[in-house]
Design a binder for this molecule. Sequence first.
Ligand code: AMP
Ligand code: MG
Length: 525
Amino acid sequence: MFDDQFVRSLPFDRSGRAGTRQVSGVAGSLVAPTPVAAPQLLAWIEDVAQLLGIASPPSREWIEALGGNRLLDGMVPYAACYGGHQFGNWAGQLGDGRAITLGEIKTPSGHRQELQLKGAGPTPYSRNADGRAVLRSSLRELVCSEAMHHLGVATTRALSLVGTGDAVLRDMFYNGNARHEPGAICARVAPSFIRFGNFEIHAARGDIALLQQLTDYTVREFFGGTATKPLAPADYLQFFYQVCLRTAAMVIDWMRVGFVHGVMNTDNMSILGLTIDYGPYGWLEPYDPRWTPNTTDADGRRYAFGAQPRIAQWNLAQLARALRPLINDDAALATGLDMYWREYTAGYRRMMLAKLGLDAGNRDEDDGLIAELLEIFALTEIDYTLFFRHLANVPSAPSADAKAAYAARVAPLRDAFYTAADVDGCAAIALTAWLDAYCTRAHASNADAERAAAMNRVNPLYVPRNYLAQQAIDALERNDASVLQQLLAVTRTPYTEQSNAAAFAAKRPDWARQKAGCSMLSCSS
Ligand code: AMP
Ligand code: MG
């Protein structure tokens, strides 16, 4: 069932030496998970199991393997070596400090998927940390990666959540308030977990031979490169362009669903354009481009919602720099970065028009309509998810009575406002004008029912808001998995209204505004 092609294709540190250290000249280190006290299955994603050809419910052997207590036949576990730019600065070697790939699985449909444990114990790349993950962060990774998949956003996936039975010491906000928390391991799944940082580390060390080996492997395995012909600079350039395009598509989807990654360091950027490494991520509730859930980034807001498109481009520039020795053409690499931006801006416009249920029109008018809406969002707190979802129900028919028209149009939107009075107060003038323009366009293009159906395919009703994930965590810490199960269930069909699920579509309640885990998270999340 298992393969180890990545390990077989590239040089690896096979010393088995424990202890953190610099490891050069290799793509990673062979290292086994460290066993835990009492692996216990807390969540199981059946369709991912099916994708991998694993029977559900999992056997005791599988649960032990997913807790790191047993290796199944054919598993060759390893931690990858990578570097990265953290918050804009080169950080040198990082690597899988707590993630361990168990092996590659040849799926029944003929694809290959890597199975990786996050929180499986120390590796040579653990620096001064413990290699473990706490229940809250592992649950958040599982819930969000699955939700993203069902929202249609490119992402790594999750197979299981296994409680370890061991306590993990964490200082959640790095402020001297460490406490013991339950540990858990999330098993995640992707064709590959290779990051921009895997290329950067070899380039930074001047190991061009290994850089080329890794790039050849990546191109051949994942970007349709031929196996026999040696790759040329033009092939590497095409590869870079493909990464630019995939990254643009991913970020457009993040902006569509209101996802904030929180830590877009280059070691958290997948070469396949997948959303990867769910840490202090968050979901935009009141629309605010400067919002970030990551308290570690509260001052600079480098990775805030609205900064993500430019940061992705900055990260691509670091990848370009790493690939430069293989391509030797700065102008062509710059073209890739420009291509990313063009693709992003055109795609963003298309995406926002789709959220509005409108066909593309005059470009300046389209941009104006979008920009004016975002200005209204700045006037008062308006829930990003609910606003677009409810906009589908706004009647577009013209009316001679301006007051009555506003009342009818704004009625479906009221619930998206965090301060109800602002609908008829500070937002009223701008919103009246905007709804007039919007309804005129909408009325001219489509029947309301058609527009609503199209909008409901791109504007989700259910996203795993931070406070919902926190409620699932609080319950599971009390041994109650029901909230987690409900959250997983509603986010499986995020575009379809479900009965008895109103609680999962509610805007953030007041109590969650300043609660840890709901609006504030840190890198230790
Ligand atoms: P992140 O910001 O979560 O992507 O982590 C940056 C680096 O720190 C990665 O190389 C991680 O593997 C490593 N890291 C984070 N948390 C831990 C931990 N608890 N133990 C070991 N390494 C960690
Ligand atoms: Mg990371």
